[in-house]
Design a protein around this ligand. Structure first.
Ligand code: ARG
Ligand code: GLU
Length: 706
């Protein structure tokens, strides 16, 4: 008796331990997790992490540029994020003469810090559970449309209330497919300046070859500074602005991490889908990912080819290429992981158990089967949707033609001069990074795939006709790229020289192409697609609640939705395949092993070679070398890039920037044995700033602790 009890207790303990790494928790509810965190070594309180009355760690964290995370590391508004998060800004300041992407950039004085149009950072002021208020007046008899109208109306009132008399932004976000709602109140700063970035050969070391993989040696960081007005409040860029004084900034630990150490990641994961039906997972891993991968492979090969021929093209396409390659590679890892874990089969088995249970629970009866039936209807449309975005809208001038037509229509009420100056500005920024041969070659390839793979019934008549005329997408491309004004900056600008009218673009072949697809999509695909999706949303709300009632032992967390989350775990190596074990950290030695002037991704700056050969590591030496990256079991996602990795005392030990290849399916299914987040060791940041950049003045601003 005693023994069985012991076994039960032991297995309970084991079970919670096993799942401790999975989960993206809401900061305001972290008190519910704090004892588990403490058991795993954490030494702060829930209020240290999230509090609305006093400064807490949350006040040192920002949503950076909408897609990444950043954190404050000095009392003077200094902020660190990833190199790939600041990449767009670094690129925007770069030219062939001042190539900051290639050579790096370091502001040696405050005056030299570079302002960035369009960049903003957002602090979370507070978050509240507003479920009751959002659902006020919602009844079971309501249709999904009625419900969503009511929810929108209530949410808008909550938002207005939250914003009243302040300069704050507010949003209401659904959790658990609308079973719970939270209000998020934000304060946004728009004067954010570039302070420093290492050369890409450090910041993007390993490039797309090493991306999503371990072992890794990327110095993926860049530094910015937030500026505010004299009252420390947000203000548009002005040279009179002063460095922002944060409520809280992070101290930096120089002690590093050991295997088994507690770590937590605090940031803005974008989107996860952990509670999907098996049919959705099957579509993603067996259909959608493979097709999208093939389309992007074609584009990437063309980009690489043109980029290798010219520095100008390399700079123009650096950022586009990185973002195309990033998802492309992740989809491959994700599909592989889902297959390896047999997630589709596992989900089906779960759904069978759920179905039996739901037979006795009226509220959930039939849910899994109705979901399957809806997915069967949705699948062909999802396929068209995928091709619409990856093969049609992925053509640069086609998408741009659409943007310009929309802008011309919006501007119709303005004077022709104002309208044309708006449109001229859009053109200048588009053509800065445009190289026609890349776009045209891609068009031939991916529109060709569209033609081959999308069933005729889902193609616009216009396209079927024009293909009958042209026979090949090459001939079609010749026609469009020769005759459209959008295929060159000169043609486009001279076309609008005398002003802009609403329909002057209408007959342009790129516009005609765009419009035909867009109209067809909006008329014939989208209504059905949206309607099916809204039925899915409704059902998922029930299914989600059902999953929570069915498995009362499981600890549920809401899917990521670009709101602030906490995830925690341990520094830990892993076994990627039989007979292989990966250590939890990498060092400068690995960079030197990979260094090769003939391989673009591995060609490090001479300065780093010199520092290495003199072994001039100064106080950043650890066991004769310098630590570079480490991995841990934190459950992160896209958007967590740049997130602080904190130790048990809440001090900064790393900057999150990636996940390991074997674990990229964690947005859909998390496997504690191989899911690892990859962080830059903050000591490598200090080493690069000090020894490679010679920007020690920045380190003086920081608070280093043991
Ligand atoms: N995989 C990381 C993330 O998802 C880094 C991406 C940027 N780096 C690159 N080589 N494309 O954002
Ligand atoms: N690199 C990703 C980002 O930009 C984070 C890595 C991930 O997806 O886990 O947010």
């Amino acid at each position: 008796m005693k023994r069985t009890l012991l076994i039960i207790i032991a297995s309970l303990f084991f079970a919670t331990n096993l799942f401790a790494d999975e989960g993206m928790w809401l900061p305001s509810l972290i008190k519910e997790r704090i004892s588990d965190m403490k058991q795993n070594g954490f030494r702060l309180t829930a209020k240290d992490i999230y509090d609305i009355n006093q400064a807490s760690v949350k006040d040192a964290i920002v949503h950076f540029g909408g897609g990444c995370t950043g954190e404050l590391i000095s009392s003077e508004g200094l902020l660190i994020t990833n190199h790939h998060c600041g990449f767009g800004q670094i690129q925007a300041h770069s030219s062939v003469e001042n190539d900051y992407l290639k050579d790096g950039f370091w502001a040696m004085s405050r005056e030299a810090e570079l302002p960035n149009k369009g960049l903003s950072v957002r602090f979370l002021v507070r978050m509240d559970d507003v479920t009751n208020k959002v659902l006020k007046g919602v009844t079971h008899q309501m249709s999904e449309t009625e419900r969503s109208t009511k929810v929108k109306e209530n949410s808008q009132n909550i938002i207005n209330e939250a914003k009243r008399g302040s300069h704050y932004d507010a949003r209401v976000e659904a959790m658990y497919y609308g079973n719970q709602y939270f209000l998020f109140v934000y304060e946004t700063y728009t004067d954010v300046r570039l302070v420093g970035a290492p050369p890409s050969s450090i910041g993007k070391f390993g490039g797309d070859t090493d991306n999503w993989m371990w072992p890794r040696h990327t110095g993926d960081f860049s530094l910015f500074r937030i500026y505010a007005d004299k009252n420390n409040k947000p203000a548009p860029y002005s040279k009179d602005n002063v460095p922002y004084k944060p409520k809280k900034f992070l101290s930096i630990s120089t002690s590093g991490v050991n295997e088994g150490d507690f770590t937590m990641v605090y940031g803005y994961p974008g989107r996860t889908q952990e509670y999907l039906h098996s049919e959705a997972v099957r579509y993603i891993s067996e259909v959608s990912n493979p097709h999208k991968i093939k389309l992007r492979t074609m584009r990437l090969e063309i980009q690489s080819d043109e980029m290798s021929k010219s520095t100008e093209v390399r700079i123009k396409y650096a950022s586009k290429n990185a973002s195309v390659a990033n998802a492309w590679k992740k989809w491959q890892g994700e599909a592989g992981g889902i297959k390896r874990l047999r997630t589709v089969e596992e989900k089906r088995a779960f759904e069978n158990r759920f179905r039996i249970w739901a037979g006795k629970n009226k509220a959930y009866e039939g849910v899994v089967d109705t979901l399957a039936a809806l997915y069967a209807k949705l699948e062909p449309l999802s396929f068209v949707n995928d091709y619409h975005s990856e093969a049609i809208n992925a053509n640069e001038i086609i998408r741009f033609a659409g943007m310009i037509t929309a802008a011309a229509a919006r501007n119709a009420k303005m004077s022709p001069e104002v309208s044309s100056s708006n449109i001229r500005a859009m053109m200048e920024s588009f053509y800065k990074d445009y190289y026609m041969p890349v776009d045209k070659r891609s068009f031939i390839a991916i529109v060709g795939e569209y033609n081959k793979n999308v069933p005729d019934e889902f193609k616009p008549d216009y396209f079927k006709e024009i293909m009958r005329l042209h026979k090949t997408t090459e001939s079609l491309a010749n026609y469009i790229y020769e005759n459209s004004i959008f295929s060159s900056r000169e043609k486009a600008l001279s076309f609008i020289e005398k002003g802009v009218t609403q329909d002057m673009f209408a007959n342009d072949p790129a516009v005609v192409f765009y419009t035909a697809f867009n109209d067809f999509f909006n008329a014939s695909i989208k209504p059905v697609y949206d309607q099916l999706n809204s039925r899915l949303t409704l059902l998922y709300r029930t299914y989600m609640r059902g999953q929570m009632e069915f498995d009362t032992k499981k600890e549920f967390y809401p899917d990521a939705n670009s709101t602030l989350r906490i995830t925690y775990g341990k520094v830990k190596g892993y076994t990627p395949s039989d007979g292989v074990y990966y250590k939890h950290y990498s060092t400068l030695e690995g960079i030197m092993e990979k260094d090769n002037p003939n391989i673009y991704d591995y060609d490090i700056p001479q300065k780093l070679r010199d520092v290495y050969s003199k072994r001039d590591f100064g106080k950043w030496t650890v066991n004769g070398t310098v630590p570079v990256c480490f991995i841990a079991t934190n459950h992160t996602s896209g958007g967590n890039s740049g997130s602080p990795v904190l130790n048990a005392d809440g001090n900064l030990v790393g900057i999150n920037f990636d996940r390991v290849w074997e674990g990229t399916m964690s947005d859909i299914v998390y496997d504690p044995s191989v899911c690892r987040n990859i962080s830059l060791d903050v000591r490598y940041v200090l080493f690069v700033v000090d020894k490679v950049a010679g920007a020690g003045h920045l380190i003086k601003e920081m608070n280093l602790v043991k």
